[in-house]
Write a protein that binds this ligand. Structure first.
Ligand SMILES: N[C@@H](CCC(=O)N[C@@H](CSC=O)C(=O)NCC(=O)O)C(=O)O
Length: 281
């Protein structure tokens, strides 16, 4: 597995670098972005925060809009931002070109159904293949945390709940908390996973949390002026599951904030400090 560098920009004393590589699990070429803080110069492997973006995003949205890099530079955190789906002419998309399914909307699950299963294996990509690549080629340690927004918040939660041993902490902005019970999730899961709804629970954070035995530090922020809050996001489902499971969830409702990157930019420093503490413990 090799990496091809696409671009590099100095920022806050570190480097923002974009790479391309051939993904074995996704059967296509993929691009991702990395922020390497100035502390890489000291020669000690650094911990990594994986950021999973939401619907319609690629590796660029977070790096350009979240305002995270100054705090990452101060904290000595590497940030890795993958794309949100497999890409390329051979990858199937929503037949009607809708933005909530297909390209830009991989939902971080491993699809089981044709024609999606050949490429849409985003869970294995972000949990296994990409970290292995990063840890082979970049100056990082195997200390990982994970965060994300909306569809990517769902992704971060399910990665941490399914394989807590791989992460030190997890956080999310406006995550899709119960994808088995909301229109975005029902559309994606019925295509990627098939009609048998009983199989969907293994990809639903609220279901997984109710069964969780290993707990990680978990922080969730949600804006109360988010236009997707009631129909798609359902934070109460996650809060109820946490209560039932005794999971130490910090879930905050932030007054006046919407679903945009302005919301993420307002709280990203707190999330980075939260992860830095867990990664250095
Ligand atoms: N394309 C839609 C809006 C889609 C949208 O709001 N995407 C969010 C994530 S939503 C859940 O996963 C996002 O992060 N967009 C990228 C950005 O840079 O803002 C529309 O046009 O309304």
């Amino acid at each position: 597995m090799s990496l091809q560098q696409l671009s590099a920009n100095k920022v806050f004393g570190g480097q923002h670098v974009r790479y391309e590589h051939q993904s074995t699990v996704l059967n296509c070429s993929m691009q991702f972005a990395v922020y390497l803080p100035p502390q890489v110069e000291l020669g000690k492997p650094l911990p990594v925060l994986y950021w999973l973006s939401g619907l319609t995003c690629n590796d660029e949205n977070f790096m350009q809009k979240a305002g995270a890099l100054k705090a990452a530079a101060e904290l000595g955190l590497v940030i890795v931002a993958p794309d949100t789906s497999p890409r390329g002419a051979s990858v199937p998309d929503d037949p009607e070109g809708a933005w909530d399914f297909g390209l830009g909307a991989g939902f971080y699950v491993n699809a089981t159904q044709a024609p999606w299963a050949k490429h849409y294996q985003m869970y294995d990509y972000v949990v296994k293949e990409l970290p292995a690549l990063i840890e082979k080629h970049l100056p990082v340690s195997d200390k990982r945390s994970i965060s994300g927004h909306s569809m990517g918040g769902h992704g971060a939660l399910i990665c941490a709940l399914r394989e807590p041993q791989r992460y030190q902490s997890v956080s999310a902005f406006a995550p899709v908390c119960q994808p088995t019970q909301c229109p975005w999730g029902e559309k994606a899961f019925s295509h990627y996973l098939g009609a048998e709804r009983e199989t969907w629970g293994e990809w639903d954070a609220s279901v997984l949390m109710a069964q969780a035995t290993q707990h990680l530090p978990m922080l969730v922020d949600q804006g109360d002026a988010d236009n997707f809050l009631v129909e798609q996001l359902k934070p109460a489902a996650l809060q109820d599951a946490a209560k039932r499971a005794g999971y130490p969830l910090t879930s905050r409702l932030q007054p006046g904030y919407d679903h945009s990157y302005y919301f993420i930019a307002s709280f990203i420093d707190e999330h980075l400090r939260f992860h830095a503490q867990a990664l250095k413990a």
